[in-house]
Each structure stands twice: as structure tokens, then as C-alpha cells.
Design a protein around this ligand. Structure first.
Ligand code: NAD
Length: 369
């Protein structure tokens, strides 16, 4: 079994990555919290498959585990859904030391994490991520939260949240075999992002093993998850609360959030990130930070992994620029962008000229009107 450790000032935790680790969930959870009552929050799409294995293992290790199932939608990542979990925890007589175990993708992980952070001022959280994105990103680093619906119907993503580190993360790459292609590829976009930020070797690994990764071949997935998760760990360990270098993880995201703000585009977050990575790399070329050849490799890799590199429906540059300015990562009016400086390094820039960003938008098929 591969075990990575997240070392933080207050507490460190293990991330176990192994095929069939879910069948050992009970004993591994019992290694970090005493066996007793537990609440399991389950993404309904994995309830009959992966979650069954976890529940069985918990029961055989002496846990009295109650569960609640949820449909993983952004509108369900809400205070109402949190309330339903609090109520289920009360019904199950969960105590302060009882673990809350989240089984599913980033939606269930963020929501259950927020409940764990707030119920009785905090109960132990265990993540069992079942999407690639949740394995290499959402389950690591302690960001939890829910979306908020305003009175006029606007859904503000991740507005309400808390930092709450898990006690344990269990990753079984086997669970990815049931994930649909679009969600799998969305996770791959985050892996490419990690490689671009800090690991040129991981970028080459992705280039060289794209076929076996797309075929979800187990050894390739194991290596991809280990290396991509290790990268996220190294960043969050040095900047637990996103006061500095953790912002690098937003590479491509300011572009992606602008794309996602158009409700008529049927686009997954990872797909928007993929286009955002191309736009960010284009800015780097324009500023002389990156060679055109490296930019072309980024576009080619994303294409090979089945990800979009241009907008399917053209949008006006002005509207995209406005959406970018509304993104919360703007600090006192200047556009703060993370840009790659080569394949495997990125930096935060506070002074990217608007014309450079506009040209980058045009390179991913935005139009002038
Ligand atoms: N906390 C963080 O640091 C962080 C980081 C990145 C993203 N996020 C959040 O993560 C969320 C997106 O997460 P996601 O991409 O995992 O999406 P998701 O949770 O919506 O899961 C995608 C879909 O796959 C289904 N699913 C999950 N596992 C499956 C499996 N093994 N087999 C079949 N179907 C499965 C889900 O039911 C859902 O329909 C967003 O809300 C985002 O804000 C959080």
C-alpha cells in the first residue's frame, strides 16, 4: 500500500492509495478514531457499489455506522443538505468523537467536510474520494464548504465554508472504473494543472502514458494519483490557509470561472479548466515566459486526453473579461493571474496587461462581439 502523509503544524494525516483499500476501511478508520458510532455520507451514484464495501468493512471492525445518501449536484451542495446531515447525525446519536465518513466525489466531500467542521464544533472527518478530481484535489488540503443561493436565485459557489483537515483519506483507484468518461477526463485536467505548476516529470508521464491512462489501466492510474496527490500535498503543507503559494493551484481557474459563469455552456469544471490552462499558457507565450513549443505541448496533451482546448460556443471577449473581473481572486482591482513559466513551474502575476488576456481569450475562440 502506498501511504502519503500530509504534515501540518497541528495534526498530520495519512492518505492511503491502494486497489481494494476500501475493503480494509474499517480497520484503517479504527486506527485513527475509536470504533463506535459513525455517520457515513454517501453519493447515491456509488451507494450500491463502492459504499457497500466500506459499510461492510466498518461493521466488521465494530463500527455502528448509520448512513445518508445524497444526489451529487451543485444545488445539493447547500445549507439545506447540511441540515439534513445534521438531523441524521442527531437521529443516530452521533457523539463528538464519532467520525463522519464521506464517500463520493468533490460535492459530497466538500459538503460532508463542512458538516464535520461545524457539527458540535467539529467531529473527525474521513474522506473516501471516488472521482479522480476528488482523489488528487478536493479530498486533500482541508477546504470544505457549501454553495449559497441568494434571494434572487443566484448560486454562489463555495461561499460558506471552513478549513477542516481530514483524519484519514482512503483512495481506491478501482472506484474510477465506474466513473463516466466526462467526469474522468475532468479529473485529468486537474492532473495536467498539477504537472504544469510544479512537476515537469509528471507532465512527461502524462504525455507518455496517455493511452493507458485513458484505458484506466490500474498501474498507470495508481502512479498518476500518487504523483498528482503528492504535488497537492507539498503545496498545502507549506500554505495550509492559502496565504501564498497555495494560490498556484488556481492556474487556469480565473479563465475557467469566467467560462463557467455562462449558464448556457454545458461544461464541466475540468473542461473549463482545460481551456483555462491553454489561455494561461498563451499569456505566458505572449509575455515571453514560455516557449511556443511548450505551449503547443500543453494544448496537444489536453487534446490527447479528450479535453476541450477551445470554447465550443464562441463568447464575446468583453463579457469574458467582465466575468473575470468579478472573480473573487481579484485583489484591489488588479487582475491576479497564475501563469506557467515552463512545463513544471508557475508564478503569481499581479500585473498582466488586459490586452494580453484579451488575446489569450481570442486564442481559445472568443470573439470580438
Ligand atoms: N475542497 C477542495 O479543495 C476542492 C477542490 C476542487 C474541487 N472541489 C469541489 O469538488 C466538486 C466537484 O467534484 P467532482 O468533480 O468530484 O464532481 P462530483 O462530486 O459532482 O462527481 C461527479 C459525478 O460523478 C458521480 N460519481 C462519483 N464517484 C463515482 C464513481 N466512482 N462512479 C460513478 N459515478 C461517480 C457523482 O455522483 C457525480 O454525478 C465541486 O463542487 C468543486 O467545488 C473542491
Amino acid at each position: 500500500m502506498t501511504t502519503l502523509r500530509v504534515e501540518l503544524p497541528e495534526r498530520s494525516y495519512a492518505i492511503h492509495i491502494e486497489h481494494n483499500v476500501l475493503d480494509a476501511a474499517g480497520s484503517l478508520v479504527a486506527g485513527v478514531v475509536p470504533a463506535g458510532r459513525a455517520m457515513v455520507v454517501i453519493d447515491q451514484n456509488v451507494a450500491e457499489t463502492h459504499a457497500q464495501r466500506v459499510m461492510k468493512s466498518l461493521h466488521s471492525s465494530g463500527f455502528d455506522a448509520a448512513s445518508i445518501q445524497l444526489e451529487a449536484t451543485e444545488s445539493n451542495k447547500s445549507l439545506d443538505a447540511a441540515r439534513a446531515i445534521y438531523a441524521a447525525m442527531l437521529d443516530a446519536n452521533v457523539e463528538r468523537g464519532s467520525p463522519l465518513i464521506a464517500i463520493g466525489g468533490g460535492i459530497v466531500g466538500d459538503l460532508a467536510g463542512y458538516v464535520a467542521a461545524t457539527f458540535m464544533r467539529g467531529v473527525p472527518l474521513i474522506h473516501v474520494p471516488t472521482t479522480l478530481l476528488a482523489m488528487v484535489d478536493a479530498s486533500i488540503g482541508g477546504k470544505t464548504g457549501v454553495n449559497f443561493q441568494t434571494d434572487n436565485g443566484r448560486l454562489i459557489k463555495n461561499l460558506i465554508g471552513a478549513f477542516w483537515q481530514p483524519r484519514l483519506v482512503l483512495i481506491d483507484p478501482e472506484t474510477l472504473t465506474t466513473l463516466n468518461d466526462r467526469d474522468f477526463r475532468s479529473g485529468l485536467a486537474e492532473c495536467v494543472k498539477h504537472a504544469m505548476i510544479a512537476d515537469g516529470d509528471l507532465f512527461e508521464f502524462l504525455e507518455q502514458h496517455s493511452d493507458s491512462i485513458m484505458a484506466r489501466q490500474s498501474t498507470s492510474l495508481q502512479t498518476l494519483i500518487e504523483r498528482s496527490a503528492a504535488l497537492k500535498i507539498s503545496i498545502v503543507q507549506h500554505d495550509e490557509r492559502e496565504l501564498g503559494q497555495r494560490a498556484l493551484l488556481n492556474l487556469g481557474h480565473t479563465f475557467a470561472h469566467a467560462i463557467e459563469s455562462f449558464n448556457d455552456l454545458d461544461i464541466r469544471h475540468g473542461e473549463a479548466v482545460s481551456i483555462g490552462l491553454c489561455a494561461a499558457a498563451q499569456c505566458s507565450v505572449a509575455r515571453g515566459l514560455m516557449t511556443f513549443n511548450d505551449y503547443a505541448r500543453v494544448v496537444e496533451l489536453l487534446r490527447t486526453l479528450g479535453l476541450p482546448t477551445r470554447l465550443a460556443v464562441a463568447k464575446p471577449v468583453n463579457a469574458l473579461m467582465d466575468a473575470m473581473r468579478h472573480d473573487k481572486k481579484i485583489i484591489s482591482g488588479t487582475l491576479r493571474l497564475i501563469l506557467p513559466t515552463c512545463l513544471g513551474a508557475a508564478r503569481i502575476f499581479n500585473d498582466v496587461p488586459a490586452e494580453v488576456i484579451e488575446r489569450a481569450w481570442r486564442s481559445v475562440a472568443a470573439t470580438d462581439n
